[in-house]
Design a protein around this ligand. Structure first.
Ligand code: FUB
Length: 313
């Protein structure tokens, strides 16, 4: 009773940016049971800081893409005991399989220098999530194509209609691997894909039988994408979805269908006091073109119209 009252008290009717009380970044969206769950990194840097300060991920939910409920922090980097676990709640992605929710996250490894990817699991979308392996799924020494410490970041998870799951990730070089049905181990080798001016944030989604591989291109980043006939390509470059931000070089997208409409989440720096390390998540509705391509999408202050989902809990 008290918990329900608290949640209602936190509900907010939002335009863009969606969450005016916190700086948020790197949206990851999951549509489940008629509800959209949005996971974000919490940007906690002061205006004077010169790097990210991210001590937690946060989660919001909505039944209509307009009214959002703050569901608190489902997980912090300290959940991964093998990680440094302090201010490194970088980009994550989430999916559901066999009634469990899997949260793939970028953190700093404590012993193997560089960024790493961990996977946590929960019975509920709001968490709490616990480390599913007790070790990193990806460490910097597993991929040698880019001689940098931050090339194993930004996981994007996708489960195809035949049940095969894939993880995409990377900075500078895009990599992917099949996941076993347990979702916490790779099933085969790590592959790389040459992509046009790839920076980071690979994201795979499927619409009407076509696979869309979107990503951040250049730096400052714009959102671009490829399409293909399978989750592993071959890929055809299709162009730019969203142009570069002002005041912040990153943009990090997530694309979902919710209640019959299509949406792209991203971040900018448009909250008052915003900047490179003080970002703000936003969302736009879009419609696919008749040929299945994604139109260029403008950032708006209004955001989408309310789209109430009857199935929402
Ligand atoms: O939030 C830290 C990093 O900035 C993410 O991992 C990248 O996608 C970029 O948004």
């Amino acid at each position: 009773m008290f918990a329900a009252a608290s949640l209602l008290a936190c509900a907010a009717h939002a335009a863009n940016p969606l969450f005016p009380k916190l700086f948020t970044a790197d949206p990851a969206a999951l549509v489940d049971n008629g509800t959209v769950y949005l996971y974000v990194g919490h940007d906690q840097a002061s205006p004077a800081d010169k790097d990210y300060v991210m001590k937690e991920w946060r989660m919001y939910s909505s039944c209509d893409m307009k009214n959002w409920t703050d569901r608190g922090s489902p997980i912090q980097p300290s959940a991964f005991k093998w990680a440094i676990g302090k201010v490194d709640a970088w980009a994550a992605d989430v999916t559901k399989r066999d009634g469990k929710y899997y949260f793939y996250a970028t953190v700093d490894h404590a012993k193997i220098p560089g960024r790493a990817i961990g996977v946590a699991v929960s019975d509920k979308p709001e968490g709490p999530f616990v480390d599913a392996r007790g070790s990193a799924l990806v460490t910097n020494d597993m991929t040698l194509e880019a001689p940098i410490a931050w090339d194993d970041i930004d996981p994007g998870v996708f489960i195809d209609d035949d049940g095969q799951a894939y993880l995409y990730w990377g900075n500078t070089v895009m990599k992917y691997a099949k996941l076993k049905p347990n979702m916490i181990e790779f099933d085969g080798p790590i592959h790389t894909v040459g992509m046009d001016r790839f920076t980071e944030a690979p994201y795979l989604h499927k619409h009407k039988g076509t696979y869309y591989l979107s990503y951040s291109r250049d730096f400052p980043e714009e959102t671009a994408y490829y399409t293909g006939p399978s989750a592993t390509g071959p890929w055809k470059f299709q162009g730019v979805i969203m142009s570069k931000n002002e005041k912040v070089k990153t943009i990090h997208q997530a694309i979902v269908e919710f209640n019959g409409k299509n949406y792209i989440f991203y971040h900018n720096a448009k909250l008052p006091g915003g900047g490179e390390y003080r970002r703000s998540v936003a969302v736009e509705e879009f419609s696919y073109n008749a040929d299945g391509t994604i139109p260029f999408i403008k950032q708006t202050k209004e955001g989408p119209a309310a789209n109430p989902s009857a199935a929402c809990k």
